[in-house]
Design a protein around this ligand. Structure first.
Ligand SMILES: NC(=O)c1ccc[n+]([C@@H]2O[C@H](COP(=O)([O-])OP(=O)(O)OC[C@H]3O[C@@H](n4cnc5c(N)ncnc54)[C@H](OP(=O)(O)O)[C@@H]3O)[C@@H](O)[C@H]2O)c1
Length: 239
């Protein structure tokens, strides 16, 4: 993770353990379908949890499509991953697709670009997200809209654009990185908690609707991980 502060080693170990857990869940949930050579799409892969997921999946021999808004930051991740390849496991140079999740009009085009990389998507990890801290009385409605665009509308638009290709193949796994705040709302996190509650509800509905097509849906709800997102100063001491 970038910009680790003092005591970051423990947080890095905890975050890596979380990503390894995610990796193991995916392996367990896809019996008979080893992740090696699978096509895994990760949004928000330029930093934090997404970058760490990219590192673990790359080392496992996965064909990665890394997504983000900043081409230069993503290219740096690709270079780091390529340089870290040891040779003991066949690895693939990750592809990148640049788009802004908050601009849902561009998501269909981005989904087409993602599908062009390898012709299919086995696992979609909806990880990108933004945070917000502030009391409700001082929070303009536009802030709630901005957080919802990135954390809720973007991921659901991308999921819906990629779903038909998964349904055609009767195979796929959709993962979303929500938050413990998608289950419990706490003061000063109204926009963020609301966006993650909406995310939890949407993907719970989706799981029930598409199970019959052979597609799995997993919502991950992490607690605190020290990253750029969580490193912003807390408001009145709330995380
Ligand atoms: N850190 C925690 O304590 C914690 C706890 C629970 C859940 N989570 C969740 O974990 C996920 C990852 O967060 P993180 O902590 O790893 O934060 P991070 O280091 O800030 O990473 C966020 C990523 O999202 C991307 N992103 C942000 N807005 C975007 C947009 N409009 N379009 C496309 N990409 C966008 C960023 O890419 P660019 O800026 O390069 O485009 C960046 O790669 C988030 O969904 C967050 O809610 C985090």
């Amino acid at each position: 993770m970038e910009r680790l502060m003092g005591g970051g080693v423990l947080q890095l170990l905890l975050a890596s353990a979380g990503v390894l857990l995610l990796y193991r869940i995916l392996v367990r949930l896809r019996p008979g379908a080893p992740l090696k050579d699978a096509v895994v799409v990760i949004t928000g892969a330029s930093s934090g949890l997404g970058k760490e997921c990219a590192r673990v999946f790359h080392a496992a021999g996965v064909r990665l499509v890394l997504c983000g808004r900043d081409a230069a930051r993503l290219e740096k991740v690709v270079q780091e991953l390529t340089a870290s390849s040891t040779g003991s496991q066949k690895t693939y140079t990750p592809s990148t697709v640049i788009f802004d999740l908050a601009d849902t009009d561009t998501v269909d085009r981005a989904a087409e670009e993602i599908l062009k990389c390898y012709g299919q998507v086995d696992v979609l990890i909806n990880n990108a997200g933004i945070s917000y801290r502030g009391n409700i009385l001082d929070t303009h409605i536009s802030v709630h809209r901005d957080v919802m665009e990135t954390n809720y509308f973007g991921p659901i638009a991308l999921t819906q654009a990629l779903l038909p290709s998964m349904i055609r193949r009767r195979s796929g796994h959709i993962v979303v990185i929500s938050s413990v705040q998608g289950k419990i709302a706490i003061p000063y996190r109204s926009s963020y908690a609301a966006s993650k509650h909406a995310t939890q509800a949407y993907f719970d509905c989706l799981r029930a609707e598409i199970d019959r097509h052979g597609i799995a849906v997993t919502v991950i709800s992490p607690g605190y991980i020290r990253t750029n997102l969580s490193g912003q100063r807390c408001h009145r001491g709330w995380l």
